[in-house]
Ligand binder design. Structure first.
Ligand code: HEM
Length: 117
C-alpha cells in the first residue's frame, strides 16, 4: 500500500493539507510569506502535490518548486518550520513514524529547489 492509500486517498489528504496550513498560518515566524496568497488555490495545489509525493496519481500541474518559491529568499529555518508542521500534522492523523520518515525524505530532496531563490 502506498502512503497515499494508507492515508485514505485524496479527501483525507485534503484534510491533512487544511490542518497543515492552519498550523502554518498561526506560526508568526513564517505566516508573513502567505500574506498575499490565495489559500484556496494553495490548498488545492498542495493537495495535488502531496497526493503525488505520497504515491497517488500525479495530477499536479502547478509550478516547479524552484519557480514557486522564487524571490521569497527562504532560509533553512523556514524550511525546517514548514517541515515540522507537516510532521506534527501527520502525527495528529495517526501516520506512523516510519511513513513520516519517508515523507521527510522526499521533502529533503526538494530543499535545494525551495531555498534561497
Ligand atoms: C507555493 C510546495 C516549502 C512558501 C507552493 C506550491 C507548492 C509548494 C506545491 C504551489 C505552487 C503553485 O501554486 O504553482 C512546497 C514544498 C515545500 C515548500 C513541497 C518544502 C519541501 C515552503 C516554505 C515556505 C513556502 C519553507 C515558506 C515558509 C510558499 C509560498 C508559496 C508557495 C509563499 C506561493 C504562494 C503564492 O503563490 O502566493 N509551495 N513548499 N513553501 N510556497 Fe511552498
Amino acid at each position: 500500500l502506498t502512503l497515499y492509500e494508507q492515508l485514505g486517498g485524496q479527501e483525507a489528504i485534503q484534510k491533512v493539507v487544511e490542518r497543515f496550513y492552519e498550523k502554518i498560518l498561526s506560526d508568526d515566524t513564517i505566516n508573513h510569506f502567505f500574506k498575499e496568497t490565495d489559500m484556496k488555490k494553495q490548498i488545492r495545489h498542495q493537495t495535488l502535490f502531496l497526493t503525488w509525493v505520497t504515491g497517488g496519481p500525479n495530477q499536479y500541474t502547478g509550478q516547479s518548486m524552484s519557480k514557486a518559491h522564487e524571490g521569497l529568499n527562504l532560509q533553512e529555518e523556514h524550511f525546517n518550520a514548514v517541515a515540522g508542521h507537516l510532521v506534527s500534522t501527520l502525527q495528529e492523523f495517526g501516520v506512523t513514524e516510519q511513513q513520516i520518515g519517508l515523507v521527510v525524505e522526499k521533502l529533503l530532496t526538494m530543499k535545494e529547489d525551495v531555498l534561497r531563490k
